[in-house]
Ligand binder design. Structure first.
Ligand code: GDP
Ligand code: IMO
Ligand code: MG
Length: 428
């Protein structure tokens, strides 16, 4: 397998973890490169369902190295909870490594996220309330704690003295949150140091050098349309889920990347606020939600559902650097008489038609989807393992999607299980 990045091509929850787990069989090193425990990743294998948030979804094989990279943010309490849950399912963490450069989500980041969501009225993002935005804000403002600070008495002391006065002033004056004492931060950091100690890769440079001639899989979280630079800003997350994010957050540069697999559902879902042109608020949307079990892994919130949107998918292929597509959840349409595909947007104010994605999201309320309708296949796809065995109408649907988005479909997923997968064309 080439060195491959797996990214979400829509608004998250496309089934990235299933694809990461599948490709991880052939990888020596798997790197989660951005985001934090806002992600909720599901892998179904060997009769078990595993839920990941920050720990790389490739860890189930036990014979590869799984690295949580510098571009991630780590909330220690959530990390501990995730590990304990996975440990109770028999998952082994002997090959887990954490970058000393990853950023720590402190308790006040969670408080600020909750406060902002409760107080921003129309500007509410509908975040996962996992402190993601406030942690990345502090990282960019250069007032964040890194994992490596936990192991240096000097760094920790100096940093607390630099950070705490300004942090406390903002917490108190802006958010009405109780200030933190230096002792409180030190005792939290002592606890975090113990928690992370077995996993911190102080030798990460050697580790990455050792893997330069091996196979590396980069695991993205969220999706292109939630990207801080290219997504539906401001209704986005605070990191770069696009393929290029892997070159920043992993410790390897772009020359290590040979393939970018964009994972896309056969329809679209979105959790939280923000525009969604092909959203279905009728019984068809409800049917997709019910059959697809579209409820968030992290927050349990129902996911908004809509028809496949080739306008955003073409955009994702471009800005995500996608070279191959994994089309998931096609089985959700098994009982549908007909299936629609959004091929363009029409501005209802002036009938202007967009076939390229308009990045000004404040006009999206005026956009209506333009659909093409395909006949359904009315066949259970969940047991099919070869492309040739797919019903003709399913093949036509896949060919239509491929034609519209301008990228080859290399994987078709017909169910949540690792086994329920069809590989097409050149091997990944
Ligand atoms: P991720 O965040 O992109 O990893 O995706 P999630 O785990 O949040 O959501 C995807 C959901 O769809 C999970 O419950 C998966 O088990 C499930 N899933 C993945 N692929 C398929 C598929 O092809 N068909 C069906 N029916 N479910 C799938
Ligand atoms: P995975 O990796 C779907 C959404 C939130 C909200 C916005 C900002 O499972 O695909 P944040 O907490 O990141 O500040 O929230 O981003 N969001 C996700 N939606 N899947 C995810 O992750 C998401 N992570 C964040 O719902 O709209
Ligand atoms: Mg998810």
């Amino acid at each position: 397998m080439k060195n491959t990045v797996v990214i979400g091509a829509q608004w998250g929850d496309e089934g990235k973890a299933k694809i990461t787990d599948l490709l991880a069989q052939k990888a020596d090193l798997i790197i989660r490169y951005q985001g934090g425990c806002n992600a909720g990743h599901t892998v179904v294998a060997n009769g078990n369902t595993y839920k990941f948030h920050l720990i790389p979804s490739g860890i189930l094989y036990g014979n590869n190295t799984c690295f949580i990279g510098a571009g991630t943010v780590i909330h220690p309490e959530s990390f501990e909870k995730e590990m304990n849950e996975l440990k109770s399912q028999g998952v082994d963490f002997k090959n887990l490594k954490i970058s000393p450069l990853a950023t720590i989500t402190m308790p006040y980041h969670i408080e600020v996220d909750g406060w902002s969501e409760a107080n921003s009225g129309k500007g509410k993002i509908g975040t996962t309330k996992r402190g993601i935005g406030p942690t990345y804000t502090d990282k960019m403002a250069r007032v964040a704690f890194k994992i490596q600070d936990l192991y240096s008495y000097e760094a920790l002391n100096e940093k607390i003295d630099m950070i705490l006065p300004i942090k406390n002033k903002t917490l108190e004056k802006v958010y009405g949150i109780e200030p933190y004492t230096k002792d409180c931060i030190i005792s939290l950091c002592e606890k975090y140091a113990e928690l992370f100690r077995p996993y911190v890769a102080f030798d990460w440079q050697d580790m990455l050098n050792r893997h330069k001639d091996k196979t590396v899989l980069f695991e993205g979280a969220q999706g292109v349309m939630l990207d801080i630079d290219y997504g539906t800003y401001p209704f986005v997350t605070s990191s770069n889920p696009i393929g290029g994010g892997a070159a920043v957050g992993s410790g390897y540069g772009p020359t290590m990347i040979q393939e970018v697999v964009g994972v896309s559902k056969a329809y679209v879902t979105r959790v939280g606020e923000g525009p969604f042109v092909s959203e279905l608020t009728d019984e068809v949307g409800k049917k997709i939600q019910d059959i697809g079990h579209e409820y968030g892994v992290t927050t349990g919130r129902p996911r908004r559902c809509g028809w496949f949107d080739s306008v955003i998918m073409k955009y994702a292929v471009l800005v995500g650097g996608i070279t191959k597509v994994a089309l998931t959840k096609i089985d959700v349409f098994d009982t549908f008489d007909e299936i629609k595909i959004c091929v363009a947007y029409k501005d209802c104010r002036n009938d202007k038609v967009y076939t390229s994605y308009p990045t000004d999201v404040f006009i999206h309320k005026y956009l209506e989807p333009v659909y093409e309708t395909m006949p359904g296949w009315k066949t259970d796809l969940s047991g099919i393992r070869n492309y040739a065995d797919l019903p003709e109408n399913a093949k036509k649907y896949i060919a239509k999607v491929e034609d519209l988005i301008g990228a080859p479909i290399g994987i078709i997923s017909v169910g949540p299980d690792r086994e329920q997968t069809i590989f097409v064309g050149d091997a990944l």
